[in-house]
Design a binder for this molecule. Structure first.
Ligand code: PEP
Ligand code: MG
Length: 884
């Protein structure tokens, strides 16, 4: 088996499309090398080695060592250096690299190959003893921490102590001799802690580091990250071993991170940060505040630090050519790492960059218009779920703001919450339903849990590519980073602003992640912009998709919003929701409590005008688009009066005694309201209810028609049908009433009568039901409930445990259970079509706005999905992606 893939000087054994085997980093290093971009020579140990490692009691395949030694010898030739050589030592980095990027979750070892002898060689070669011993102490510290398990703070303490003794304040005050004696102290400490010398043999070091990287695949942080991002543990990680290049050999050296376009806004400007005389991890770790890459960025951010474009114009120009080459090659925004060693530029990594949803949208549209990608590719570039972020309100720019700091706009969006100072507290507070802003000097991978639940993140150190910034952008959480004029005091749990304002844990602040402002208290918000790029991409999606997208709405404001968001009709108007309003609910209660038809008709008489008015407004808003109106389906317990006060009010309206109301309510109470006297069962027992609703619909339809509106298209829908006989009876009620109204008004109104398919029996008998039904709408909420025998109201209590224990991956009420519930839907659709080939088939359960479920609906050939207004764009995009 081939376990090792080499790359160097314009050649490589791997390719970008070999991510499964080589991991993302390894595959892209190979690709860059083949493109002729300078990457330090190296090789990748495949993910199959990782699998072998875990399957065989943490041992390696037999022929691995030989392959590694051969590959290492190749690097030696390219670099004109030898592993372990006292004069010209080869030093390497050992890094993880999984298929999916897992920033900061696994281990890395740099400067490997240094020992008491080679460090002298490095000093001679570089002509810099200080640099050589600084590198050695970094290596001892990193290796001991990662491989030997000696905590890194032990070394930091030694360093601090040493600085105190010598009266140094900065690391840069230390001389070569200082670092040398610290190296000795570090090694002694290792001996003391481990009872074993720090390994001097570079080959021992190498296998130690490789083992540590493979083991870090299963560390706690990596496990959490994998669960959060759905990365299977079986994938394993690759290990990349590469010749070291140094960004910390002097003022003609640097290291940086850059993006081919701005990952936060999507603007087509080369964007990044760099540090002079620094090692790679210094930028990401947020220890020093990095400098802007370009003059443009410097001016935009008002930074006073000189840009790379000014300081190193030649190398910058070379970097720009790689930027252009890589973006054109990958046809997507790249996130790159580079190091400059003595004016020579080396590319260390490229990958498709993480971006905010706003940036993803802008880049997709721009790249399509630039001719880089097709409309279809542009439509595939956005995760439908993420659209949610674009649809949410932003801070009102005209509202007053008490700005207490201006820092980097690291991840856009507005967030308001109470200050907490640790990830742990964030999780605790959120559990008790508080909204929090996580405030840290900087974040690290251990903070992931807290970052995930926080509304927003504020850090006082670190740049746009710091851990906090990258992770927040990935999560879509607003973040302001590098607020250097604020001080965090973890002990006192306070945050102090530059002018001395002291904020305590629990105080409310607002972050504007789009301009980097930190604001005291809350700020009013405004609705999002739906034109521009958003409209364009949605339009492309609409051209591609085959599924229709409607909305579930019953109020005029929801219906209006849904139309703005692109709904092509109403797929479900839940009429019982029209009665939730206080002034109306008592009339509904009166109707429910009525114990004979006369009283019921009297109550219905009170309701009719409201209903007519509601439908009139909906017809007007929908301007001739289809409108599916579902006749009453109230789980009775939602409507019965519960409090004493409610009982008194209904008693008055219904002309009953409070005692009478109580008795009647007790009589009507159900053991299993979700399976009780609801839906068409109510229509069968009290047809006058559906009669009134039908009357309201047709009177409204006639009125709107007479007023010269577009022809209305009501689709009357009967809920919870299990048997054809139910539907047939109720269809007659609807038809008779419609006829009566239309004749009286002297108008003809086109309409359809159809049914919800939301019970297993209805799916089974769909062929028969389709004789009466002109359309089906799958109610997958109830269908999931009844197929699983899971109560919609109670399942939340234990489904979470099911998820935690891995019994199920997703909540079947959130994403349709394609195997079970889905099969019933498919069967219902097929049987319905057999009877009535042109039957209209939709879905109106919550699943209508879930991308995976939308894809399923496309696959089985439904006509449309219907979902809540804010999910309409999600469904439009998901439907387009399903069609590609
Ligand atoms: C359903 O059951 O899927 C449905 C849409 O109806 P409701 O949620 O109102 O029961
Ligand atoms: Mg239902």
């Amino acid at each position: 088996t081939k376990w090792v893939y080499t790359f160097a000087k314009g050649k490589a054994e791997g390719r970008a499309d070999m991510k499964e085997l080589l991991g993302g980093k390894g595959a892209n290093l190979a690709e860059m090398s083949s493109l002729g971009i300078p990457v330090p020579a190296g090789f990748t140990m495949t993910t199959e080695v990782c699998t072998h490692f875990y399957d065989n009691d943490r041992t390696y395949p037999q022929d691995l060592e030989e392959q590694v030694l051969t590959a290492l010898a190749e690097i030696e030739v390219h670099m004109d250096a030898k592993f372990g050589d006292a004069k010209a030592p080869l030093l390497v980095s050992v890094r993880s690299g999984a298929r999916a990027s897992m920033p900061g979750m696994m281990d890395t070892v740099l400067n490997l190959g240094l020992n008491d002898e080679t460090v002298e060689g490095l000093a001679q070669q570089s002509g810099d003893t200080r640099f050589a011993y600084d590198s050695y102490r970094r290596f001892i510290q990193m290796y001991s921490d990662v491989v030997l398990g000696v905590d890194h703070y032990i070394f930091e303490e030694l360093l601090e102590y040493y600085k105190d003794e010598k009266d140094y304040s900065l690391d840069t005050d230390l001389t070569g001799e200082d670092w040398k004696s610290l190296c000795d102290q570090y090694k002694e400490k290792v001996l003391e802690e481990m009872d074993e010398d720090f390994p001097q043999d570079p080959k021992v070091q190498l296998w130690g580091a490789v083992g540590a990287v493979f083991k870090s695949w299963m560390n706690a942080r990596a496990n959490t990250y994998r669960i959060l991002h759905n990365i299977p543990a079986e994938w394993g990680t690759a290990v990349n071993i590469q010749a070291m290049v140094f960004g910390n050999m002097g003022e003609d050296c640097a290291t940086g991170v850059c993006f081919t376009r701005n990952p936060s806004t999507g603007d087509k400007h080369f964007y990044g940060e760099y540090l002079i005389n620094a090692q790679g991890e210094d930028v990401v770790a947020g220890i020093r505040t990095p400098q802007p890459l370009t003059i443009y960025e410097k001016e935009e951010s008002g930074s006073k630090l000189p840009s790379m474009e000014e300081v190193m114009p030649k190398t910058f120009a070379e970097l720009v050519t790689y930027r252009n080459k890589l973006e054109a090659h990958y046809k997507d925004m790249q996130d790159m790492e580079f190091t400059i060693q003595k004016d020579t530029l080396w590319m260390l990594q490229t990958r498709v960059g993480k971006r905010t949803t706003k940036a993803a949208l802008k880049m997709a549209v721009d790249m399509c218009e630039e001719g880089l990608i097709t409309k279809e590719e542009a439509v595939m570039r956005l995760d439908p779920h993420s659209l949610d972020q674009l649809l949410h309100p932003t801070l009102d720019p005209d509202a007053p703001r008490d700005v207490i700091s201006r820092a980097l706009p690291a991840s856009p969006g507005a967030a308001t919450g109470r200050i907490v100072f640790s990830a742990e507290d964030a999780e605790k507070w959120v559990k008790r339903k508080e909204e929090v802003i996580l405030v840290r000097t900087e974040t690290s991978p251990e903070d992931i849990g807290g970052m995930h639940v926080a509304e927003g993140i504020l850090t006082t150190r670190g740049g746009m590519t710091s851990h906090a910034a990258v992770v927040a952008r990935g999560m879509g959480t607003p973040c302001v980073s590098g607020a250097g004029d604020m001080r965090v005091d973890y002990k006192a749990r306070t945050l102090t602003s530059f002018d001395g304002k002291v904020l305590a844990e629990g105080d409310v602040i607002t972050l504007d992640g789009s301009n980097g402002e930190v604001i005291l208290g809350t700020v009013p918000t405004i609705q999002p912009e739906l034109s521009g790029d958003f409209a364009k991409l949605m339009h492309w999606a609409d051209d591609i998709r085959e599924l229709g997208v409607r909305t579930n709405a019953e109020t005029p404001s929801d219906a209006e919003m849904a139309r703005k968001l692109g709904a092509e009709g109403i797929g479900l108007c839940r009429t019982e929701h029209m009665f939730f309003e206080h002034a109306r609910i008592n009339y509904v209660r009166e109707m429910i409590l009525a114990d004979d038809e006369r009283k019921r008709r009297e109550a219905l008489g009170h309701i009719l005008p409201f209903q007519r008015q509601d439908f009139e407004e909906l017809f007007q808003i929908m301007e001739g688009l289809p409108l599916t109106i579902r006749l009453l389906d109230p789980p009775l317990h939602e409507f019965l009066p519960h409090s004493e006060h409610d009982m008194e009010e209904v008693a008055k309206i219904a002309n009953m005694s409070v005692e009478g109301v109580k008795e009647r309510a007790a009589e009507l109470a159900e053991q299993n309201p979700m399976l009780g006297h609801r839906g068409c069962r109510l229509g069968i027992t009290y047809p006058e209810i559906y009669e009134m609703q039908t009357r309201a619909i047709f009177e409204a339809a006639c009125k709107v028609t007479k007023a010269g509106g577009k022809p209305v298209m009501p689709e009357i829908m009967i809920p919870l049908v299990a048997m054809n006989a139910e539907l047939e009876r109720l269809k007659v009620v609807v038809q008779n009433t419609a006829k009566e109204v239309c004749e009286a008004e002297g108008l003809e109104i086109d309409y359809m009568v159809g049914t919800m398919i939301e019970l297993p029996r209805a799916c089974l008998r769909a062929g028969e039901i389709a004789q009466a039904a002109e359309f089906f709408s799958f109610g997958t909420n109830d269908l999931t409930q009844t197929t699983y025998g899971l109560s919609r109201d109670d399942a939340g209590r234990f489904l979470r445990v099911y998820q935690e224990k891995g019994v199920i991956n997703v909540d079947p009420f959130v994403s349709i259970d394609q195997d079970g519930v889905g099969e019933l839907v498919q069967m219902g659709a097929e049987r319905g079509r057999q009877t009535r080939p042109d039957i209209k088939l939709g879905i109106c359960g919550e699943h209508g706005g879930d991308p995976a479920s939308v894809a399923f609906c496309h696959k089985i050939g439904l006509s449309y999905v219907s979902c809540s207004p804010y999910r309409v764009p999600i469904a439009r995009l998901a439907a387009a992606q399903a069609a590609l």
